[in-house]
Design a protein around this ligand. Structure first.
Ligand SMILES: [Fe+2]
Ligand SMILES: [Fe+2]
Length: 279
């Protein structure tokens, strides 16, 4: 039985700033890129999962796929709210969203379903070591930022860790060829980089007044080097044939976040500075 829980959280990002963490502008920009990217990526993933449904014959995998689909769909809705707040402030950013979505739509059209499932399985496996590094360093990355945005990303990254096995489970059941997945992994990473680079250009074009250096410095500059090395090794290991997402080291924050959720806390506003207190 799947342990995934679909949580619908009433986020509100009205009036959110582009640089929503003035203590870490480059990280704010990186997370804004993630918002636009995940709207396209999770939409793509959801389409692939939906198209896979008739091919799933194991009820355990079917249940996991259903809840995985629902979690990702809820993530995309929340990030759309964030993107809308940014577009309301800088209408040109609609282009950034449209270009992201059309790039994923094109992939869906041009490549077979097994490619989309390989893309999802490969990338979702990267998330646990990458997001563990971010969650472990939440104090230097999020604590000075708008709590509504900090809470959005902390929630999303915790749920990515929660469903860390789902995409691989679906890929292994429906396609099952490790060689195919690994052969295409570089193409998937290149595609992600092309979107991230495009978003950077769109941000520079449509958001005036952001100093150029905020787009150039390392957004993870405040993260200890050892944590970055561990994360990189984890990313490398995540693509190995023996990799089992269930056995990965998890961030302590996942359990902490879960305890807040189970206690009924307002997780839409749980970390960082209250809106209006970030300037
Ligand atoms: Fe997600
Ligand atoms: Fe995910």
């Amino acid at each position: 039985m799947s342990n995934l829980e679909v949580r619908r959280i009433p986020f509100n990002f009205d009036g959110a700033e582009f640089i929503w963490n003035p203590e870490n502008p480059a990280f704010s920009i990186m997370m804004n890129q993630i918002t636009f990217l995940v709207i396209g990526f999770e939409r793509y993933l959801c389409k692939a999962i939906r198209a896979s449904e008739p091919l799933i014959t194991d009820p355990v995998v079917a249940e996991e796929a259903k809840l995985f689909f629902e979690q990702e769909a809820v993530h995309a809705v929340a990030h759309r709210k964030h993107a809308k707040a940014l577009i309301d402030r800088y209408p040109g950013l609609q282009d950034a969203l449209d270009r992201t979505i059309s790039s994923y739509d094109q992939l869906m059209e041009e490549k077979p379903l097994e490619f989309a499932l390989a893309y999802g399985g490969g990338l979702e496996s990267v998330f646990t070591p990458f997001f563990k590094m971010i969650l472990d360093n939440r104090d230097v990355l999020f604590s000075g930022g708008d709590s509504r945005l900090a809470s959005l990303f902390l929630w999303h990254f915790c749920e990515e860790i929660e469903h860390r096995s789902s995409a691989l489970m679906v890929y292994n059941h429906v396609v099952g060829r490790y060689g195919y997945r690994i052969k295409n992994f570089r193409k998937c990473v290149r595609h992600v980089h092309s979107i991230v680079d495009m978003l950077r250009e769109e941000f520079i074009k449509h958001v005036p007044g952001v100093p150029a250096e905020h787009f150039e410095i390392d957004p993870l500059g405040a993260v200890p080097r050892l944590d970055k090395i561990r994360s990189m090794l984890g990313v490398f290991d995540s693509q190995m044939p023996w990799h089992n997402p269930e056995k990965q080291a998890l961030p302590a924050y996942y359990e902490e976040w879960l305890s807040h959720w189970e206690a009924g806390a307002d997780v839409s506003n749980i970390y960082g500075k209250q809106a209006g207190a970030t300037q």
